[in-house]
Design a protein around this ligand. Structure first.
Ligand code: TYD
Length: 213
């Protein structure tokens, strides 16, 4: 029987360097002979467009409404027949995703009820559970500097006060999920090479476990 693809998610605050590290890991996986589909949330679906309007501050949305939009986008991301995650995993293709439901918990789970957001996502059969979540941990000030350097406009969550709340929420959520999910926190306030070497070790360890079984 063909082995399913691995589903790897990257999480972190805005400006934590996810993009760079995702690129580096994906390259290494391909060197190891894996076929990798690289993707991100919010997606480019029409719901993703509604989400981006809200994040940009062009349309005002209630936190519950925003949670539901992310949920809809995530279901589409899993099941759509053109480039849905589920079909790639079934075919043995690995999926590396920039943000997933952990972001909904940390970002929306502060203004909307966290248990409700968690239940909607974790209770939905169409939303696949990742094999691994890598959280890139960087202090708020460094993230803020990177946002300042790289963005012309700030999105609604891209301010220090919100990022501080969100970071705390991420830690609370990881504590709640520690027995049911494979979440690894990586100190990302180091050089790109050091961080990527750590990530590669974690990646190799999830594959070792499988071959041992
Ligand atoms: P981000 O990775 O920062 O994309 P970009 O680099 O294009 O801005 O993600 C966009 C924002 O979406 C980010 O601020 C976090 C937010 N977000 C949520 O609030 N909830 C979610 O469920 C997801 C997936 C993202």
């Amino acid at each position: 029987m063909m082995q399913k693809g691995k589903f790897i998610v990257f999480e972190g605050l805005d400006g934590s360097g996810k993009g760079t590290q995702i690129q580096l890991l994906t390259e290494e996986m391909r060197k190891r002979g894996r076929i990798v589909y690289q993707t991100a949330e919010p997606t480019s679906s029409s719901t993703g467009g509604m989400i981006r309007d809200a994040l940009g501050g062009f349309v005002s949305r209630d936190a519950y409404e925003l949670s539901a939009l992310f949920l809809t986008d995530r279901i589409f991301h899993n099941v759509n027949l053109k480039n849905g995650i589920a079909q790639f995993l079934e075919k043995g293709i690995d999926v590396v995703c920039d943000r997933y439901y952990y972001s909904s918990f940390a970002y929306q789970g502060t203004d909307a009820d966290l248990d409700w957001v968690m239940e909607m996502n974790l209770g939905c059969r169409e939303i696949r559970r990742p094999d691994l979540c890598i959280f890139l941990d960087v202090d708020i000030d460094s993230c803020d500097e990177r946002i300042e350097k790289n963005r012309l406009e700030r999105e609604i969550y891209e301010n220090k006060e919100a990022q501080t709340r969100i970071r705390r929420r991420f830690y609370e959520v990881f504590e709640k999920l520690k027995d049911s999910e494979n979440i690894r926190i990586v100190d990302a306030a180091r050089s790109i090479a050091e961080v990527s070497a750590d990530i590669l070790k974690i990646y190799d360890s999830i594959n070792d476990i499988e071959t041992q079984i």
